[in-house]
Design a protein around this ligand. Structure first.
Ligand code: LUO
Ligand code: ZN
Length: 508
């Protein structure tokens, strides 16, 4: 039986000009999959027990499948033999058992001797470092050896939580220092103008700079004057929001910034800043900022199926969105970060109710409910009608939330890779736990182009078309780019299918 080697067996086999023989999409069978995997195994001289992972030149993982896109002269795949068949030798459970036996022993000794002998601390750090080595190999999630930094997991191992927590707190301190140092600088006019359009490229900016740009948005919409917000309170609020987004592939602080920046752009492009009450503008921007706070990287379906604490706490009713909103008001409950400190009780009630409505509206399970409501009022829209403005605000937060494809392709496409990475992590976890695998989260079944063409055709275009009926100027700013994105992914989908069909035709 193959044993886990001291360090991950990394044999980088540059597979130049490897033209993988594809199969027709519908006829992909294990046979074909095994043939392709065998081909890679042979190339990497790996045994049947070794686990292979294939990476693109940019480091993202690709599935080893007959649908694999052929590489070209100047791009290659990187093949790694990342592990042996650890499940069969049960490394994961052995390590877990060792760790829990150690924790049990530590508790027992503390009860008897009143303290923890050095030997136990040494043992624990050795187990910890061995586990870190195992987890350090990326994408072992489907082996049950994934770096699970969820609060539930961390609460079981205080030492690990403490170590990880220190790193995160150090990083936060660094970001805060840079943010406050930069916040006195004046942002140049060209950047301020770009900030008001969907062309803005978030990938060019680091987290302290994004915090400065968020402060610019709140300032340029005159919120500090209208709501008597002190600059240091706003900075504390923005920093607390930053600290409460998690380090996960998609629903992280970058996503929060993108959604807020798109909302800021929509407010200016639609001229809605002159048509809505300033409180409603504050609701829109603050809801966008807070709409995914403390997202764990696993969807509502996962929360409910896995019966997580969130699902239990919110009775399966939009558990994530309820949590995001509760975290937001937890931050506002603190004196030093309460940007609503000086508003009247009536204003506070209005703003709170508006934020709850808008953040809860981002649950995609309610997509059709909200879009149909908007479709019913759009033809007779009246900005003086509360029902009309309330559903418009929900639509604006929803549009901002899923609008990556309205951005330039170079900005949008990396977001889809991040999203699929987070979705596939969930699909892996569902497989490991024996839960139903969410359809578009199964890395063995989802192709990037076809999932995106469906999403654009059936979700994005109907939504963006409806809001463009109310604000025709959005045709050029968000509808046109999304139509171009649909063409791009449709071409990609056709090319992939033609490649597969050609491969079948040429099959010996
Ligand atoms: C829509 C959505 C829900 C949860 C998390 C992310 C997303 N977003 C996207 N999903 N946000 C932006 C995008 C995007 O550009 N593409 C996709 N693509 C696929 C995977 C998809 O179909 N997502 C999807 C569609 C409908 C749905 O509920 C009705 C949930 C997710
Ligand atoms: Zn979001």
């Amino acid at each position: 039986m193959a044993k886990w080697s001291e360090q991950s067996l990394e044999q980088t086999a540059r597979l130049k000009m490897l033209k993988v023989r594809g199969c027709s999409y519908s006829s992909v069978t294990c046979n074909d999959l095994c043939n392709v995997a065998d081909l890679f195994r042979a190339a990497a001289e790996a045994s049947p027990h070794h686990i292979l992972k294939l990476y693109k030149a940019n480091g993202s993982v690709v599935n080893i499948s007959p649908m694999l896109e052929p590489n070209s002269q100047d791009s290659y795949y990187r093949l790694e033999v990342v592990a042996s068949d650890l499940q069969s030798i049960g490394v994961k459970s052995d390590v877990d058992n060792m760790e829990s036996r150690l924790c049990h022993l530590e508790t027992k000794v503390q009860q008897d001797a009143g303290n923890t002998p050095e030997i136990i601390d040494n043992l624990k750090s050795q187990v910890e470092s061995f586990k870190r080595k195992l987890e350090s190999v990326k994408h072992l999630s489907w082996m049950g050896l994934f770096r699970d930094e969820s609060p539930q997991q961390l609460s079981k191992f205080p030492a690990k939580a403490k170590g990880l927590q220190l790193n995160i707190e150090e990083e936060h301190r660094e970001v805060r220092k840079k943010f406050l140092n930069m916040s006195s600088l004046r942002v140049i006019e060209e950047v301020r103008q770009q900030l008001k359009t969907p062309m803005f490229d978030n990938w060019q900016w680091e987290e302290p700079e994004m915090l400065v740009l968020l402060q610019v948005m709140f300032t340029d919409l005159d919120f500090l004057t209208v709501f008597h917000i002190e600059v240091d309170v706003l900075q504390n609020f923005l920093f607390e929001v930053y600290c409460h987004y998690n380090n996960i592939p998609f629903h992280n602080f970058q996503h929060c910034f993108c959604v807020t920046q798109m909302m800021y752009g929509l407010i200016w492009l639609t001229d809605i800043w002159s048509k809505l009450d300033p409180m409603d503008l504050l609701i829109l921007l603050t809801s966008a900022l807070c709409h995914d706070l403390d997202h764990p990287g696993y969807s509502n379906v996962y929360q409910i199926n896995a019966q997580t604490d969130l699902a239990l706490r919110y009775n399966d009713i939009s558990p994530l969105e309820n949590h995001h909103c509760a975290v937001a008001f937890g931050i506002l409950a603190k004196e030093e970060s309460n940007i609503l400190k000086h508003v009247t009780t009536e204003q506070y009630k209005h703003i709170r109710a508006g934020m709850i409505r808008c953040i809860l509206a981002t649950d995609m399970a309610r997509h059709n409910e909200i879009l149909n409501k908007f479709k019913s009022v759009q033809p007779v829209f009246d900005f003086r009608n509360k029902d009309h403005t309330e559903v418009l605000m929900k639509i604006m937060v929803k549009v901002s939330d899923i609008s990556n494809e309205a951005r330039p392709m170079a900005v949008a496409e990396p977001w889809l890779d991040c999203l699929l990475q987070e979705f596939f992590n969930q699909g892996d976890a569902e497989k490991l736990k024996g839960l139903p695998v969410t359809p578009f989260m199964d890395r063995d079944k989802v192709s990037k182009p076809s999932s995106q063409t469906s999403f654009i055709r059936f979700v994005l275009l109907p939504l963006f078309t409806e809001i463009t009926k109310l604000f025709p100027c959005l045709e050029q700013h968000i509808l046109e780019p999304v139509r171009r994105a649909l063409e791009y992914y449709s071409d990609l989908e056709r090319a992939t299918q033609q490649e597969a069909a050609a491969a079948v035709a040429n099959k010996p």
